[in-house]
Design a protein around this ligand. Structure first.
Ligand code: EPU
Length: 350
């Protein structure tokens, strides 16, 4: 019996119609894709580009659906990236280079690398989503960002069908930002990502929560596996598991302000959590700002603010994308009203 992914099956018969997206977005929001196709490699993407109908159709690329808010049904063709594969590409004196298919779960890659005895990704454990989505928003946690471990990626151009390899400079990484959120948005499909885990390994423990674990456990020199376990424990205690409560991680970016703005806010709210940035600017904890406006635990319709971390919006069971957006706007307005700061959402609103 040929499966839908068998290359012998004509491409058109692999295109599904009227597909519910509820299970395909970590918020669990209701939406329907007019058409959906699952791609396993660059050849599949090229077949879409060259196809008389799908080549011209509007397209949306979806990875693990962990950074998207669906407010409507999706017209045209939704491309669900399911490129498999995890391997160590090479090891040299300076680093281990890993390669992963864009459809693999990010956490599976991190856990696999630790199992292989390759340290470097442990601070990025348990971040929801796929490998292919990781560079799109330059995921980061506990002092490490994807760009710090990035080697290169392969991307298929949705106009020409050509596969191109991009390095970190071409990806234009910023804080939760990259070229894929800007001029390559909707124009390219990431199929494979290569990561560089540098030697010698040193644990990255600068973040307050990890420093606390070090003190609590008395382990002054943890190995990568221990840091991995600490990060998993910290995240499980503070962030909701999308399999249990729908969410998309941090809903807003931490805003960056000038030192003058920061001083002004500290003058009025001495408690405000702030971190100096290398360029002299100040990053404020958006979770603290939202919390200070009294939003923790509040809801609008089925959309709510998580009780343990105000930066995370959750689906209390029956939320629509519209309710999530209404809640986000109300939060933005109250933070602007009190602090004069405009919070910028992290997920993509469709
Ligand atoms: N805080 C509050 N009240 C809250 C939430 C936070 O007072 O309701 C305070 C905390 O006490 C802490 C500060 O705000 O002093 C910062 O909070 P936390 O350490 O939890 O980190 P964050 O700024 O909320 C960022 C990333 C997370 C990442 C963590 C750990 C962003 C937008 N978020 O969160 O990334 O896991 O640091 O490094 O940069 C994500 O992007 O989806 C994500 C989860």
């Amino acid at each position: 019996m040929p499966t839908p992914l068998d290359p012998a099956v004509p491409f058109d018969s692999r295109v599904e119609s009227r597909v519910s997206l509820r299970a395909l977005n970590s918020f669990g929001l209701p939406a329907v894709a007019e058409h959906l196709v699952r791609v396993r490699d660059e050849t599949d993407v090229r077949r879409i580009v060259d196809h008389p109908r799908w080549g011209r159709a509007p397209k949306l690329v979806l990875g693990g659906g962990s950074n998207v808010v669906f407010t409507r049904d999706v017209p045209g063709l939704l491309i669900k990236v399911e490129v498999p594969g995890l391997r160590m590409l090479r090891e040299d004196a300076d680093a281990w280079i890993l390669e992963a298919g864009a459809g693999e779960s990010w956490h599976t890659l991190v856990a696999w690398s630790i199992e292989q005895g390759i340290p470097g990704l442990e601070n990025l454990a348990l971040i929801p989503g796929t490998v292919g989505a990781a560079p799109v928003q330059n995921i980061g946690a506990y002092g490490v960002e994807l760009q710090d471990r990035f080697e290169s990626l392969d991307v298929v151009d949705l106009v020409t069908g050509r596969t191109v390899t991009l390095d970190g400079v071409a990806c234009a990484f910023g804080y939760r930002d990259s070229v894929f959120k800007r001029h390559l948005q909707g124009k390219a499909v990431i199929v494979r990502v290569r990561l560089r885990c540098p030697k010698p390994w040193r644990p990255e423990l600068g973040y307050l929560d990890l420093e606390r674990k070090r003190t609590e456990t008395g382990i002054a020199h943890p190995d990568a596996r221990t840091v991995f376990d600490w990060v998993c424990a910290i995240r499980r205690a503070k962030l909701p598991d999308p399999a249990v409560i729908g969410n998309a991680g941090s809903f807003f970016k931490n805003p960056v302000v000038t030192p003058e703005q920061c001083r002004d806010i500290i003058g009025r709210d001495p408690e405000v959590v702030h971190y100096p940035m290398p360029d002299g600017s100040m990053k404020l904890a958006a979770g603290w700002l939202i919390d200070a406006c009294g939003w923790k635990g509040k809801s609008i319709g089925g959309a709510g603010v998580y009780e343990k971390q105000a930066l995370v919006l959750v689906n209390r069971g029956s939320a629509t994308g519209g309710e999530v957006v209404t809640l986000a706007k109300a939060i933005q307005e109250s933070v602007y009203g009190r602090f004069g700061i405009r919070l910028e959402p992290e997920p993509v609103v469709v």
